[in-house]
Design a protein around this ligand. Structure first.
Ligand code: AMP
Ligand code: MG
Length: 329
């Protein structure tokens, strides 16, 4: 997208000033959707307990109905009101990490409808972003908000990414690039031992300090070895190009690959078609989606990805890369 294309969208990409927030609240109260920045990625928000508004999220994203949504609230008290019970672990984790990139799954209060899936639980977090918090306060609504992109494609870390993935979005509050650049860590507190449902921005070692043991699902192991289960490596976070993970990009025979080939690595130096991200997992995560967007923009047909180390610090990055590399369909 060029600058002039963005200009034509300038009516819908707005600054998060008083006027922008007023427009956003108006749209949310009319049961439609608004994209807004959080510290993880941009979210596509709607009134969490309006079936019409939530339906609009699924329609715009083309998201499958079985995939539930995270509800964003402004305070711990607002979160507790959505829960049937508030476990001790929730108190400890919320006290330590909210506002922040941690989503807690708890039993849902009986009077509330499910948010996109039929179970009796709810996923909640308090985002650590000034614009998100001001939007929650100004609207007075709990906001269901998945990432503001078409289902399965790369998550947006800028307002421009949102417009490109969802050209029909009614409004985007532009808060600049997201600080974490990767989705929240999702922890299920309805199990005896808290269970990791999705590795994300917050590392497990930090969470364990507050909860003790955390169970990993399926074939995930403590050191974060690979998870071959097909359900878990469903395609997601995927660029247009074919993604191939490899232990050493320099060793790959490129003759059978669709050209041009791009490279995503954390070693060596950059050249056209090669994205060199940080060797620090947090910094790597922060730039991962933007790098995939850049490689797509450069028109590469195949992205060779240097596999990150199989250590727990890289768990979230390796989760996203393996899903980006899962075959379509
Ligand atoms: P997204 O909104 O795309 O960032 O994804 C939401 C994440 O939270 C997914 O991993 C969901 O499976 C998870 N999630 C949301 N609600 C629930 C719930 N009630 N129970 C379990 N997982 C949930
Ligand atoms: Mg998403």
């Amino acid at each position: 997208m060029t600058d002039s294309d963005l200009m034509t969208d300038s009516g819908r990409v707005v600054r998060p000033d008083a006027d922008g927030l007023r427009r956003a609240v108006e749209i949310l109260r009319a049961d439609s959707v608004v994209a807004f920045p959080t510290e993880t990625v941009y979210g596509l928000g709607a009134n969490a307990f309006s079936p019409r508004a939530v339906g609009e999220i699924y329609r715009l994203k083309n998201r499958p109905g079985w995939n539930p949504l995270i509800v964003h609230v402004a305070t711990v008290e607002a979160a507790r009101e959505l829960a049937a019970e508030w476990p001790e672990h929730a108190d400890a984790l919320a006290g330590r990490f909210w506002p922040g990139p941690l989503t807690l799954v708890v039993r849902r209060a009986a009077h509330l409808a499910g948010v996109g899936a039929d179970n009796d639980t709810i996923a909640i977090r308090v985002p650590a972003h000034d614009v998100a918090l001001r939007l929650l306060a100004a609207s007075g609504l709990p906001l269901a908000a998945p990432s503001a992109n078409r289902s399965e494609s790369i998550s947006p870390t800028t307002a421009e990414h949102v417009i490109r993935s969802l050209p029909d979005v009614p409004l985007v509050l532009d808060g600049g690039p997201c600080a974490w650049g990767i989705e929240s860590t999702v922890l299920d507190l309805t199990t005896g031992v808290p269970t990791l449902l999705r590795p994300g921005a917050l590392a497990l070692r930090a969470l364990r300090d507050a909860t003790g043991a955390i169970a990993l699902r399926d074939a995930e192991t403590e050191d974060g070895a690979s998870r071959p289960s097909p359900g878990m490596s469903k395609r997601h976070y995927a660029p247009r190009a074919t993604v191939i993970l490899t232990p050493d990009v320099a060793d790959v025979d490129q003759s059978g690959l669709r050209l041009p080939v791009g490279i995503l690595t954390y070693e060596g130096s950059g050249s056209p078609g090669t994205e060199v991200l940080s060797a620090n997992p947090r910094e790597y995560a922060a730039d991962l989606y933007a790098a995939l967007h850049r490689l797509d923009d450069a028109g590469v047909a195949t992205i060779l990805v240097q596999e990150p180390p199989r250590t727990e610090d890289w768990l979230a990055v390796r989760d996203r890369l393996s899903r980006a590399a899962a075959p379509a369909g």
